[in-house]
Design a protein around this ligand. Structure first.
Ligand code: SF4
Length: 695
């Protein structure tokens, strides 16, 4: 009803990587409600977060003034709940920015690479670009990373290695042209709900859906094949499926000959992985593995979707290598209804990665070790060279703090005091920092360790472009003004950069976007003016081209234009259950809560639906242990312990525990293992040996 509001603003949802377009209905500088808009990814659909998750913007916890830590106030989470800001005093922007810059500049003057930065996949492309530029230009090194390291870093590593590009080869909407699909290691009904609606429609049309996950995820209700495999057994299961395709000659020889390399080595490797041999390892009967393999190979066009269940392992890169090989051998890249699609988590994790918020890559995945690449950037930046060494990644930075090699940080919109693995280790690291600058919209757990806090804008309060899981670049627009003295992130970055001696003169994000285009071929034919009127999928081949939903139909962006088969061997999880820790802990998200909960736990509707930390176990296991659903239990791993309410859920295997990671009072990452995948440097969030006791 138009009487309900006096303005409407079209923008993009701030939560997940699906990138739904929406319309904010605004009255008196308040978002009254939200409706879906006919964007390329969502066609007017929204999930519960997009529709009802916005009043966090008006929450009384919003930071409205710059804050500086009081002398001698302790760092950490032990704040007074009645007065959570008591460890800080209010400051003017001038004082806070001077203080923030001075501490970082003092560390820079000591000639070590002592400063690191975490940017944010919840900021715009322009803000991500400025952040990595600030660290590289301002400090001369590449110690800059963001949550992609905890998300799809291993998927990107495998895609760059074997396909030559880290982004999806086809939009998820392409499933409407597929007749078979694999959904593995993800739970789209809860985590990418609007994408899941397209998957459900696909099955209604008769599409064959193969759902593979250690949990019986909701998508399984729509599946023709459900493979509930053992946690961490992805490689054995996928190699067995590919073994069948080779053994029965179901591969696409013409595609392999024209577009790939290393096929003979791959075939020889797979000989060792028969379904019968892999059955006890992955827990799926050989006959089911054969059926699933035949079904996928028989499809005329097939897509593969995956999530953190694939990527967050010490063998995450190997898992993705298998999925890439499976698509290649069946000719399922580069044609309608076919493709590889790692479903991105945060709303702008694709864009922030594209913009160079990564320690080994400048924008567009151009290597920091390449002298020509660095020189192209320093020429645009009008500055001297910076290090040709890859920087430290998220978990490596926490180790470096403990070792005294990193002594100061600038953290924008990330919450490592909740999101890092083995989080007590990360919290201890944050407490050791000599100077921590945090820029955020709330006093996050991480901000409790800050020396200075810079109050920033929520997504609905600022202008900037954002890139979703489909490679669709879209315009985010401000619907309301930031509260109090809070500022847009790009403005804060510019002010901080100037105080660090950088000659930055941007007055609007469009100027940053124009600079990005000078060294980012992915943005060819995409202009700010175009994005004001339409979403554009990159690559866009002309100013009129809406962009390529499917890529690599005529070869791959690798030296010989061929994609590569890279065989993957079975690597055991870093730790296994034993008599002391007999269960396997899997962490993940819930529909209502987003990541560390800083936004959604302050959204009244979402918090009302899921107000309490919870975990899930199989009812038979609970019965055997004398535990009732609703009881409090204690979960303990080799790193720590949490107490949490338990629910009964038949979807959880009898020797597994599922624990969402949004709840600070039972922080899942106290329990998780920081062991890293050697290629993507992603931690093994999805597997830890855990003990379960009645609390
Ligand atoms: Fe927002 Fe993702 Fe839900 Fe779409 S599916 S409304 S982008 S949270």
């Amino acid at each position: 009803d138009s009487k309900d509001y006096d303005r409407e603003v079209t923008s993009v949802c701030p939560f997940c990587g699906v990138g739904c377009q929406l319309s904010f209905k605004v009255k008196d500088n308040k978002i009254k409600y939200v409706t879906g808009v006919d964007g390329p990814a969502n066609e007017s659909r929204l999930c519960v977060k997009g529709r009802f998750g916005f009043d966090y913007i008006d929450h009384p916890h919003r930071l409205t003034k710059p804050l500086i830590r009081r002398a001698d106030a302790p760092k950490g989470l032990n704040v007074d709940p009645g007065n959570p800001l008591s460890h800080f005093r209010e400051a003017s922007w001038e004082e806070a920015l001077d203080f923030a810059a001075r501490g970082l500049a003092d560390l820079r003057a000591q000639k070590g690479s002592y400063v690191a930065g975490f940017g944010s996949a919840k900021c715009s492309n322009e803000e991500a670009y400025l952040f990595q530029k600030l660290i590289r230009q301002g400090f001369g090194h590449n110690n800059v990373d963001h949550c992609t390291r905890l998300c799809h870093a291993s998927s990107v590593s495998a895609l760059l290695e074997n396909v030559g590009s880290g982004a999806v080869t086809a939009t998820f909407n392409e499933i409407e042209n597929a007749d078979v699909a694999i959904v593995i290691g993800c739970n789209p009904i809860e985590n990418h709900p609007v994408a899941a609606t397209y998957f459900k429609q696909f099955t209604k049309r008769g599409g064959k859906l193969i759902v593979c996950d250690p949990r019986g995820v909701g998508m399984g209700r729509f599946a023709t094949h459900r493979l509930q495999f053992k946690p961490g057994a992805d490689v054995s299961m996928l190699n067995a499926m590919m073994h069948v395709i080779v053994e029965e000659g179901l591969y696409d020889q013409a595609y392999i000959d024209q577009f790939t390399e290393n096929w003979e080595e791959m075939k020889a490797h797979l000989a060792d992985y028969s379904p019968e041999k892999m059955e006890p390892i992955c827990g799926i009967a050989a006959g089911e593995l054969r059926d699933a393999a035949r079904t996928f190979a028989a499809g005329k066009a097939g897509m593969i979707f995956w999530g953190m269940g694939v990527s967050q392992h010490i063998h995450g890169t190997d898992n993705s290598r298998c999925l890439i090989s499976l698509a290649l051998m069946t000719g399922n890249v580069g044609k309608p209804g076919a493709g590889l699609h790692p479903l991105r988590g945060q709303n702008n994790v694709q864009g922030a990665s594209d913009a160079g918020l990564i320690p080994m890559f400048l924008p567009d995945y151009q290597s920091v070790t390449d002298d020509g690449v660095r020189s192209a950037f320093t020429s645009v930046w009008n500055s001297g060279d910076f290090s040709n060494q890859k920087g430290l990644t998220v978990v490596e930075i926490m180790h470096a703090i403990h070792d005294g090699d990193i002594r100061g940080m600038y953290i924008l919109g990330e919450n490592p005091a909740m999101s890092d693995p083995d989080v007590d280790h990360a919290r201890a690291a944050l407490a050791m920092l000599e100077h921590l600058v945090v820029q955020d919209i709330f006093l996050t757990e991480t901000a409790n360790y800050a020396d200075v806090i810079l109050p920033a804008s929520a997504w609905a309060e600022k202008t900037g472009t954002v890139t979703n899981t489909n490679r669709q670049v879209q315009m985010g627009r401000p619907a309301v003004a930031p509260p109090g003295q809070a500022k847009e992130d790009w403005w804060i970055e510019v002010e901080l950069a100037r105080r660090l001696g950088l000659d930055w003169n941007y007055s609007h994000p469009s100027e940053v976007f124009a600079e990005m285009k000078r060294n980012m071929k992915s943005l060819d034919n995409i202009t700010w003016a175009r994005l004001e009127g339409e979403a554009v999928t990159y690559p866009s081949l002309s100013p009129e081209d809406p962009g390529q939903a499917i890529v690599f139909g005529d070869g791959f962006p690798r030296a010989n234009k061929r994609a590569r088969f890279t065989p993957a061997k079975i690597v055991e999880p870093d730790e296994r259950p034993d008599a002391d820790y007999p269960f396997v802990l899997i962490t993940g998200r819930q529909l209502e809560h987003w990541h560390t909960g800083s936004m959604t736990r302050r959204a009244s509707v979402l918090d009302a639906v899921e107000p309490e930390a919870n975990c899930s176990m199989h009812p038979a296991t609970l019965r055997a242990m004398g535990i009732e659903p609703g009881d409090m239990i204690r979960l303990t791993t080799r790193r720590g312990s949490v107490q949490v309410m338990v629910r009964a859920d038949r979807a959880i295997a009898q020797d597994n525990v599922f624990l969402p990671f949004a709840y600070v009072e039972a922080a899942a990452n106290i329990l998780t293992n920081a062991a890293l995948d050697p290629y993507g440097k992603i931690p093994e969030f999805k597997y830890a040996a855990v003990k379960v006791e009645k609390a």
